[in-house]
Design a protein around this ligand. Structure first.
Ligand SMILES: *[C@@H]1O[C@H](CO)[C@@H](O)[C@H](O)[C@H]1NC(C)=O
Ligand SMILES: *[C@@H]1O[C@H](CO)[C@@H](O)[C@H](O)[C@H]1NC(C)=O
Ligand SMILES: *[C@@H]1O[C@H](CO)[C@@H](O)[C@H](O)[C@H]1NC(C)=O
Ligand SMILES: *[C@@H]1O[C@H](CO)[C@@H](O)[C@H](O)[C@H]1NC(C)=O
Length: 121
């Protein structure tokens, strides 16, 4: 009985270890491509701020509406409120795994928030 239990714990441990290896590590590059996907889904830019500002030639943490945390170097805030933007919100935003502050209010985004955003914590 005891041996079986130890075996079971070991299997769980190995399984957990393997699955953590299988998930590709996310970093600021992942965040950047998630945001560029989002930009590509924005169909109306009455104020063309993002067109030039959200560019790979700028560092992501200097992009308008974005803040990053110093500790992980990942995007924590996405605030594009009241920028007259329209379009849909792609599932890629779910890759912003350090996002804690999301404000897309007072725009014309339509459709549903992707389920992936529900994975954020
Ligand atoms: C992020 O990870 C990818 C591979 O997973 C790597 O090619 C890239 O250089 C990394 N970017 C940063 C900013 O660390
Ligand atoms: C992008 O916008 C931010 C915030 O308004 C600003 O600090 C930065 O200089 C802008 N960068 C470019 C290249 O326009
Ligand atoms: C987003 O930015 C606007 C304008 O700067 C501000 O009023 C609002 O409180 C911000 N939203 C969040 C969630 O921080
Ligand atoms: C980001 O999210 C999309 C859609 O959810 C997914 O297809 C893609 O593989 C993700 N990219 C990374 C680098 O995790």
């Amino acid at each position: 009985m005891e041996k079986q239990c130890i075996y079971y714990v070991a299997v769980l441990f190995v399984h957990h270890f393997m699955s953590s290896l299988a998930v590709p590590a996310k970093n600021l590059t992942t965040d950047q491509s998630a945001l560029l996907q989002f930009k590509a889904h924005i169909t109306s830019y009455p104020r063309r701020v993002l067109t030039y500002n959200w560019s790979i030639s700028n560092l992501v943490y200097r992009w308008v509406g974005i803040s990053c945390d110093a500790r992980h170097g990942r995007v924590t805030t996405l605030n594009l409120s009241s920028m007259d933007l329209g379009g849909t919100i792609p599932p890629h935003l779910g890759n912003l795994s350090f996002l804690v502050n999301l404000d897309l209010g007072d725009n014309n985004f339509h459709g549903h928030l992707p389920n992936e955003l529900g994975q954020l914590c």
